[in-house]
Design a protein around this ligand. Structure first.
Ligand SMILES: *[C@@H]1O[C@H](CO)[C@@H](O)[C@H](O)[C@H]1NC(C)=O
Ligand SMILES: *[C@@H]1O[C@H](CO)[C@@H](O)[C@H](O)[C@H]1NC(C)=O
Ligand SMILES: *[C@@H]1O[C@H](CO)[C@@H](O)[C@H](O)[C@H]1NC(C)=O
Ligand SMILES: CC(=O)N[C@H]1CO[C@H](CO)[C@@H](O)[C@@H]1O
Length: 310
């Protein structure tokens, strides 16, 4: 059925592919204090119980109730991919792919492009002064497989600035993943830039460190930064099958004190929107654009945003 849907829309997809891959690629200034590291991992975890109507599995330890993976009391989310404490906010792009905003609006993202999901500022939890901030920005790239789109890679920029220590850290983390026959193969590249400003320099730096880890039971590449109360998990899709027994995609957990910047944090620039958006976010936008379908509004916004496709 999915293939028939694609056949019908094929000319449209070709046009979109050309549009999004022709976007300008931003160049990056590389400072002399930049280091690169690569972290690879292969995971083949079974995750938790087989639960849903289409046989999807819950995260380990998550209960299956009436064919749904239910997060424990005090938590919310989709127990197939992420449960977070109630006060936090969650944005996910999962399956083929469905986007769920922070404000619980839903849409599909049927195109092979790179797009920004979120950008926010939040307090640095362990900094020496209260003036310290984290900035988080997340992009994902979709790819077409067997007539469906899936999230193929994730790119995260995180900067943590500690005014007390006069240190600014910046990280670029790119994660790629592929899975065949339930074997997940991840690669994460971390670029770290450290800069010191002001007159003082410090030998030792108590700043954040960003190490991608891997959840080997549930097959995620995870970036958990406690200093910024931010957790980003990515599960590759399985190329060898249509039915994905472990829900593929990305989840972003943002803390309740996150602040969104008007130009970059809010929809349409950041597809997850903000915490104050509601479930009609995408439908309202499509109506505002004069489009009959909310998925087309998102496609229009991704193409006009022209995110760097690198
Ligand atoms: C995968 O990552 C874990 C830590 O998350 C590590 O203990 C393990 O050795 C890694 N495996 C491989 C194959 O790199
Ligand atoms: C990671 O870095 C290595 C070496 O610099 C490069 O060959 C590889 O393509 C990079 N992978 C990603 C996912 O960026
Ligand atoms: C959702 O938010 C929009 C814009 O802020 C508002 O106009 C609309 O009434 C809200 N809808 C609901 C159901 O709360
Ligand atoms: C901005 C900054 O931190 N520059 C440092 C880069 O590293 C060199 C030596 O490795 C230092 O001398 C600079 O101060």
């Amino acid at each position: 059925m999915a293939t028939r849907k694609l056949d019908r829309r094929l000319p449209f997809y070709v046009v979109v592919l050309v549009l999004c891959t022709n976007s300008v690629t931003a160049s990056r200034v590389v400072s002399s204090n930049t280091t690169h590291s690569t972290h690879d991992n292969i995971t083949k975890g079974d995750s938790g119980v087989s639960c849903t109507k289409i046989g999807r599995r819950c995260l380990t330890g998550i209960d299956c109730v009436d064919k749904e993976c239910v997060c424990p009391p005090g938590q919310k989310g989709n127990g197939e991919i992420e449960c977070v404490d109630n006060e936090n906010f969650l944005c996910t792009v999962s399956a083929d792919p469905h986007l769920h905003s922070y404000g619980l609006s839903r849409t599909d993202v049927d195109l092979p492009c790179r797009y920004r999901l979120t950008r926010y500022l939040t307090e640095h939890r362990t900094a020496a002064t209260s003036e310290s901030r984290c900035t988080v920005e997340v992009y994902v790239t979709n790819e077409l497989n067997m007539g469906q789109y899936y999230v193929r890679s994730v790119s995260i920029s995180l900067s943590a600035q500690d005014s007390g220590e006069q240190v600014h850290h910046e990280f670029e983390v790119r994660k790629f993943g592929v899975s065949e026959d339930q074997i997940f193969n991840y690669q994460s590249n971390v670029t770290r830039t450290q800069s010191v400003w002001g007159s003082a320099t410090h030998e030792t730096v108590n700043g954040v460190d960003v190490y991608p880890t891997f959840d080997e039971e549930n097959n995620f590449a995870v970036l958990w930064v406690p200093e910024c109360a931010t957790r980003i998990k990515y599960r590759a899709y399985d190329r060898s099958q249509h039915r994905q027994h472990q829900l593929p995609g990305i989840s972003i957990m943002a803390p309740p004190d996150s602040k969104f910047l008007p130009t970059f944090g809010n929809y349409p620039h950041s597809l997850c929107g903000t915490f104050t958006d509601n479930e009609t976010l995408y439908a309202d936008r499509a109506t505002g654009l004069g489009l009959f379908n909310k998925d087309l509004g998102v496609i229009y916004d991704i193409l006009t945003e022209k995110a760097s496709q690198k």
